[in-house]
Design a binder for this molecule. Structure first.
Ligand SMILES: [Fe+2]
Length: 446
């Protein structure tokens, strides 16, 4: 039976529905629904940076609280339109909210979005205050959307509370901009269960280079970064430094940024070495995508004695990072790019600098390096040259990732998980430093 609705009522109903649709309440394609949610530490323990995307612009709000049933606090942020550089010029709105005034070491529940769509409830734990606690981190490198082999195991680890934060040492999605950035969107949603809960601390890799790293810059908001793609942050007894090795390999995006990056890094490390700072946070750990050293059989730059990251380009007065790391006493350098895992003996200028024959990682005379780029991607794994160089201590081409546990100011435990071998720990070592500081000075002490 047909309803006999008067004309005036029909007109009123029509305009009501128009308004509802315009407000996005009825939105068949979910374009205002938050997705790709990820968090990062802010520049002190009371802050957390929360980032997400929508395909139509909305307000940017985070509702949060100490229970999922009581999201009584709120913080507004802002959104900016990101247009991918591909042929479709696909657009999305990237929302950023910085939560401030968080109580350290406290679990917060949160949703992100606007009146036009809210996310599910996620939670994170704010960073504990001070230096006397032992951070646990997971380090991944070269994780793609396709063949993300380690991802399920990482998700399970994270769900069981194994980590305080994730470090991703470059090369995301393969690639963030692929298929007009749809692959990037898919990847950011794939990792969301990890990255909406654990601070996801990143650095750029070569796979992010398209359109001058625009996808990387737009999607990640790191502390003190200002979209320059390098930054540092403190976590308990550690000063972490995130590097951009890619400036050296893509100089046509800007020659000056190579020098700006180096100058910033030198100042950052010098500040970290001020006696009051190094006493509080003795560990200095760097992460950057392309290694100084590697013994793979693929002719990458790190296979050469004079890799750009290690020695720079002396003819052009571009300094290498290894002398700086030695001068400033960088304890551990983490790299990726090679789709494998390699642990080095402590090393400087190609020479092994073990603490002693029996205890190589106790008070070593140089930086210890690990290369961990086998989380899983469409390019599969990479293999090694037959005879390892003197500085190479352990190698594996299994898919996997790296765990780090900082027990205190003197003991750092590192282990390598093989996903191929069902989560077996295939390598581990403990770096012991009774004193931290410039290696030249330490040599005179021990
Ligand atoms: Fe790479």
């Amino acid at each position: 039976m047909a309803l006999n609705i008067p004309f005036v009522v029909k007109v009123v109903l029509f305009f009501c529905l128009m308004n509802v649709a315009e407000a996005g309440v009825i939105e068949a394609d979910n374009n205002r629904q938050p997705q790709q949610i990820h968090i990062a530490y802010g520049d002190d323990v009371s802050k957390m940076i929360i980032t997400w995307s929508t395909f139509k612009d909305t307000a940017s709000a985070v509702l949060y609280g100490l229970s999922s049933r009581n999201l009584s606090m709120s913080q507004q942020g802002s959104s900016s339109e990101f247009i991918d550089g591909g042929s479709e010029k696909r657009s999305q709105f990237i929302h950023v909210v910085e939560l401030t005034g968080l109580v350290p070491n406290t679990t917060y529940y949160y949703v992100v979005g606007s009146g036009q769509g809210w996310s599910s409830v996620f939670y994170f734990k704010s960073m504990p205050a001070g230096e006397d606690w032992g951070p646990s981190l997971v380090v991944i490198g070269d994780l793609g959307s396709a063949n993300a082999q380690s991802l399920p195991r990482l998700e399970l680890d994270a769900a069981q509370g194994m980590y305080d934060a994730i470090i991703h040492v470059g090369d995301f999605a393969y690639d963030l901009q692929a298929d007009n950035a749809r692959v990037g969107d898919r990847f950011m949603n794939q990792v969301e269960s990890l990255t909406a809960t654990l601070p996801y601390m990143t650095c750029p890799g070569n796979h992010e280079y398209y359109y001058n790293f625009s996808n990387y810059r737009a999607r990640f908001n790191m502390p003190n970064d200002n979209k320059k793609m390098y930054y540092s942050f403190n976590m308990g007894p550690i000063h972490f430094v995130s590097l951009s090795t890619e400036f050296l390999y893509f100089p046509y995006f800007g020659y000056n940024q190579i020098f700006e990056h180096y100058d910033w890094l030198k100042k950052d490390l010098m500040d970290a070495n001020l006696p009051e700072n190094r006493a509080k946070r003795p560990w200095i750990v760097t992460f950057g995508h392309r290694p100084m050293y590697c013994s793979n059989n693929d002719n990458d730059d790190c296979t050469s004695h004079e890799s750009l990251v290690r020695v720079g380009v002396p003819m052009l007065n571009i300094p290498g990072l290894e002398p700086l790391f030695y001068e400033q006493g960088v304890d551990l350098s983490i790299w990726a790019h090679e789709h494998s895992y390699e642990r080095l003996w402590p090393v400087y200028n190609m020479k092994v600098e073990n603490g002693s024959y029996d205890e190589p990682y106790t008070n070593p005379g140089g930086t210890t390096h690990i290369i961990t780029g086998s989380a899983g991607c469409s390019e599969r794994v990479e293999y090694f040259e037959k005879n390892p160089p003197d500085w190479s201590a352990f190698r594996s081409s299994d898919y996997g990732y790296t765990r780090m546990k900082f027990f205190n100011k003197t003991h750092l435990y590192v282990e390598q998980v093989s996903d191929d071998q069902g989560g077996q720990i295939i390598d581990s070592f403990t770096l012991i430093k009774d004193q931290h500081g410039p290696f030249e000075k330490l040599k005179k002490t021990f």
